[in-house]
Design a protein around this ligand. Sequence first.
Ligand code: BEZ
Length: 214
Amino acid sequence: MSARLGDTAPNFTAQTSEGELDFHKWLGDSWGVLFSHPADFTPVCTTELGAVAKLKSEFAKRNVKVLAISVDPLDSHHRWIKDINETQACTVNFPIIADPDRKVAMAYDMIHPNADSTMTVRSVFVIGPDKKIKLTLTYPASTGRNFLELLRVIDSLQLTAKHKLATPSDWKQGEDCIVVPAVSDEDAAKLFPKGVRKIKPYLRYTAQPNRAEA
Ligand code: BEZ
């Protein structure tokens, strides 16, 4: 099965390091990040889980719950968490799914047999409060993800969910946004009272509507 942008995120129940959960119920009205790890006790994954633990408050600020998955069993997760806390100077503060029968991994198409027949790739799914998939990323096992980039993308997703805007290359919170092509100049003037800067008929910028003023 695949899980693509705009699809409803497949629901599941799973054992995790913080008890059993029903994914959709656990998400509630929050945004969610589901991210996979090839295996327990692997070096890149260890650093990634430490990085996410340290960024928990940044995810919480954005109303995002994070959920990791590795196909290894629960007792292995508990032993690995001790190592992560020790080596990354953190406290793992989010659940890690144990998926020994690959139920969740298969539902989200996290095993790419031409890369590896048993381990998952490094998938990321960002899920909105409507339970729809808003973003997918796929990295190979050998490349650790950049979780600051993930926060940046979530800022864009949350902004563009509210406003008829898109965000340009390398956009960061507070920078100018792009008016989407479907909005006429007349409507843009009404929707974006801070002003619209027209470079080309299809390239129009406006200040971020909810930008925190200094
Ligand atoms: C790692 O997490 O370090 C890793 C896992 C599988 C293959 C290569 C690296």
